[in-house]
Structures are given as C-alpha cells and as structure tokens.
Design a protein around this ligand. Structure first.
Ligand code: PGA
Length: 253
C-alpha cells in the first residue's frame, strides 16, 4: 500500500512568541512541498498563536488528557486542543512515559480520547538501551504497541517508533534494525485493525537530521519522521520536509 509521508516536529518544552517566525517559515516551506504532510507539535501555550502565524498549517499538541474536562490541574483536553486550533497531538512520548510515569493503559485512553474528538494522533513507542542490548527490543516494543493502541483506528492514527537511546543523542539504529522494528509494528497494526492497519503511518524518531533523513526515509515501512531538536529551526527542519517529499513517490491513498 502507498502511504503519504508525514514529517512532524516536536518542540518539547521549547518555544516562546519570538519563535513564531520559525513556525511561519516552516509553514511557508511546507506549502511549497505539498507532496508530503508536515506538522509541528508545540507547547500548548503557543498553539493558538501558531495557528494565526501559520494559517492552514497543521499544528498539534504534545499530550492530551483522557478526560473531556474536570479536576486535572495542569492538563489539557482534546476539546481544548481543538479549540486552540490544533489538528493533531502526540501521545505516549517516552519523556512523558518516564517523567510523568504514564502507563500503556493511560496512553491508550489518551489516544482514544484524542481520535474520538477528531484529532490525528501520533502514538509513540520505543525501547530503552538496556532492552535493546538484551535482544528483546522487538518483542518489548510490539507489546507496548498492542497495549497502547486505541481500540478503533479512526484512520487518524500514526505510530512513531522512537528508541529512547536515540532521542537527542545523535545515535540512530542500523537500517536493518529500523526495518525489522517497523515490519513488526506493521504486523501488529494489521493484527489489530485488519487491512486498515496497512494504512497507518509508522514514523521513525530519534536524532533525525537533514544529513540522515533521506537514508531513513528509504527504509521500507518508514512513512516519515518525528523530529525533536532538528525541528526547532526552519533551516534545520525544512531540508527534512524536502527529503520526505522526495521519498514520497508514494502519493496519497
Ligand atoms: P530528537 O527527538 O529528534 O531530538 O532526537 C525526537 C523526539 O523525541 O521526538
């Protein structure tokens, strides 16, 4: 099945009003490279202003609460993200699984709340260095995906494979290891959703840069990237969007 590439940036806890010029520059470039989907997942405080600075460009959140509203100090609901202009959100990033002790069950509930409300979702999974070294990365990440997937696909889901040891470190798994993991995740998606699972994009994340993007995008079953550090500046992120478009003879399905 042909899948359109998705290149999404994750600004994490970075970005203030002065950085909106980068958002606008990235959105401008994305308009010129319409063969690929591009998006930026921003701090909640910037989402509304970013949608004004970059009209029509996909702006997302980095997390969402599973409840529609209520006594959850500091949290943001799917309806709030949509109200601010977001069209997507990340769930289950390893930094939240780690720092906020999020479980697979919570990640699944968040994904269900988000897709149910109409947001596209990038659901993150990935193994630690210890698990990779123990030889059980594929089994561990496949089990994590099984336990985190929303029960219905809603066709708005993407999965991001992000080895924790590759995030922000400059280390990237071998091509063979990425291909093996993505093939295993594809199998789990098809087991969960049937043929619809073939249409779910599987992104790679972890130290993606302009210099390695083309090589990563050429790997089978890699349908794009989730990019942290290299998404903060237009000059770093735009070449990754361009590489995504080049790797995308796979036109929209
Ligand atoms: P990185 O982060 O590109 O800075 O490694 C990726 C991520 O955590 O999504």
């Amino acid at each position: 099945m042909k899948r359109r590439m998705l290149v999404a940036g994750n600004w994490k806890m970075n970005g203030v009003a002065a950085d909106l010029a980068e958002v606008a520059a990235i959105a401008d470039a994305a308009r010129d490279h319409a063969g690929v989907d591009a998006a930026l997942c921003l701090p909640a405080t910037l989402i509304e202003r970013a949608t004004c600075a970059a009209p029509g460009f996909a702006i997302g959140g980095q997390d969402v609460h599973q409840a529609p509203s209520g006594a959850h100090t500091g949290c943001v609901s799917a309806a709030m993200l949509i109200d601010a202009g977001a069209t997507l959100t990340i769930v289950g990033h390893s930094e939240r699984r780690d720092e906020q002790c999020e479980t697979d069950g919570q990640v699944r509930a968040k994904a269900e709340a988000a897709v149910g409300a109409g947001l596209a979702v990038i659901l993150c999974v990935g193994e630690s260095e210890t698990v990779r070294e123990s030889g059980s990365a594929v089994a561990t990440v496949a089990a994590q995906l099984d336990a985190s997937l929303p029960s219905e696909n809603h066709r708005r889901l993407a999965v991001a494979y992000e080895p924790i040891w590759a995030i922000g470190t400059g280390k990237v798994p071998s091509t063979a290891d990425i291909a093996e993991m993505h093939a295993a995740l594809r199998e789990r998606l098809v087991a969960a959703y049937g043929e619809v699972g073939q249409g779910v994009r599987i992104l790679y994340g972890g130290s993606v840069k302009a210099s390695n993007a083309a090589e990563i995008f050429a790997i089978s079953d890699v349908d794009g990237a989730l990019v942290g550090g290299a998404s903060l500046k237009a000059a770093d992120f735009i070449p990754i969007i361009v590489a995504g478009e080049r790797a995308s003879p796979r036109t929209s399905t």
